[in-house]
Design a protein around this ligand. Structure first.
Ligand code: PLP
Length: 426
């Protein structure tokens, strides 16, 4: 279906045919959902053995009674897990509660209000504070900035990661830019893995930033969420920072939310001793210690060598067919035309789809009215505003393969219908 050379009559004919298909779908009163990236129940069930795993044994190998208060860093056993996911020494990892988003908000708040290197380093001392946000990106990162009154500067994502020429220029020239959000592996939503060159250039920013209190927020939420047996390896940001002498410029985050239980996992912060110490000074006012019992449960669950990798393979086996189903529909409908572009992620939780400019909102609306809920258009951009109104994030993990199949059939018709109507009116 190529609209570029179609006559007005052909377009009108196509519109009539697609509108007919669309109306027929509407009568089915579907109720399908491709919105938030959550694990399916089937995936959550993989970790049910966490429940009761301690069998009354609450003490860590170093003798800590996990039932009691204390231990701001978390237990050594989960620090080890965090260290292996984030790729830095165990002593540089703090393990917290169930959410890395909480840790990110806390770290951002500490850097903003109190400073990670003493009060003089607090971002809020200055009138304007800005953060670089690669787009499209993760909506909750933007919400954190909005919540703290931090202005967001967008930089486009490329197939190698954020557009680094642009990032380097901005960071070197504007001292109000205090940091940057990064989802370096299977980026939400594009699925991009940052290239080695990108990682090294990001690690070097700490040497060239106009701001002395510059921090990268490296959210490696999908670090072990591979769908392929031979995944591309992400270059270690820690090693790159050590080589560049910029260890203080990066804070790394991850969690087991999409490994074990999304609502009852363990979150990790990996950072230099300076940053951890600055963070803990404030954290100590917020809590006397994390849920160490849940941490111990996770330590036991992943005790065996290679168990995390084997566990993630089981996740992949469950969600791979859903991703394949989305891609099959997109390839069939849009390979020979320019009505849509997408990235075929080899991991993570999303597929990012671009309509022709100006159509994402309309597609989401059409799909919603036909019983297929999609993430609101614009959600992948700061302030919910996609300047080209083209990006739609597809999250296929929760519905069954049959439901994904039905939802994608609707999605494709909505994209075609919106595109034909635009061409007719345009
Ligand atoms: N970071 C990214 C990039 C995400 O996509 C998500 C969830 O979708 C999170 C963080 C949330 O992580 P957590 O459950 O650890 O708060």
């Amino acid at each position: 279906m190529n609209l570029n050379n179609a006559s007005a009559e052909q377009l009108a004919e196509l519109e009539e045919q697609l509108a007919g298909e669309y109306d027929a779908i509407k009568t089915q009163q579907l109720n399908l959902d491709l919105t938030r990236g959550k694990p399916s129940s089937e995936q959550l069930t993989l970790s049910n053995a966490l429940d009761g795993i301690l069998k009354g044994e609450y003490t860590t190998s170093s003798g800590v009674d996990c039932r009691n208060y204390g231990g701001l860093d978390g237990i050594p056993e989960t620090q080890t897990i965090g260290a292996s996911i984030l790729g830095l020494p165990q002593e540089n990892v703090l393990t917290g509660g169930n959410s890395s988003l909480t840790l990110m908000h806390q770290a951002m708040s500490v850097a903003h209000f109190f400073g990670l290197q003493g009060p003089g380093s607090a971002w809020s001392k200055e009138e304007t504070v800005k953060f670089i946000c690669p787009v499209p990106g993760y909506d909750r990162h933007y919400s954190v900035c909005e919540h703290l009154g931090i202005e967001m500067i967008t930089v486009p994502m490329t197939a190698q990661g954020p557009h680094m020429d642009e990032v380097e220029r901005l960071v070197a020239t504007d001292s109000a830019i205090k940091g940057m959000w990064c989802v370096p592996k299977y980026s939400n939503p594009t699925g991009v893995i940052y290239s080695e060159d990108t990682v090294k250039r990001i690690a070097a920013l700490g040497n060239t930033s106009a701001a002395k209190n510059f921090r990268i927020f490296w959210d490696n939420a999908y670090g072990v969420h591979d769908l392929s047996d031979q995944p591309v390896q992400l270059t270690s940001i820690w090693d790159a920072c050590v080589a560049a002498g910029t260890e203080n410029s990066v804070l790394q985050f991850a969690s087991t939310s999409k490994i074990t239980f999304a609502g009852a996992g363990v979150a990790f912060l990996g950072a230099s001793e300076t940053n951890l110490s600055g963070f803990k000074q404030s954290l100590g006012f917020m809590t006397i210690g994390p849920d160490k019992i849940n941490q111990l449960r996770h330590a036991k669950f992943f005790e065996e060598e290679g168990s995390l990798r084997r566990h993630m393979k089981k996740h992949a086996d469950i969600i791979k067919p859903r991703f394949a189903c989305v891609l099959k529909h997109l390839e069939t409908a849009f390979t020979d035309n320019d009505l849509g572009a997408w990235e075929s992620a080899n991991g993570g939780y999303f597929i990012s789809f671009d309509t022709k400019p100006g159509l994402a909102k309309e597609v989401v609306k059409l799909a919603g009215e036909a019983g297929v809920k999609l993430t609101p258009a614009g959600a992948t951009f700061p302030y919910g505003k996609d300047p080209s109104d083209c990006n739609i994030r597809i999250a296929p993990t929760v519905p069954s393969v049959e439901q994904v199949d039905a939802a994608m059939e609707v999605f494709v018709i909505c994209v075609k219908l919106a595109s034909v109507r635009q061409a007719l009116n345009g």
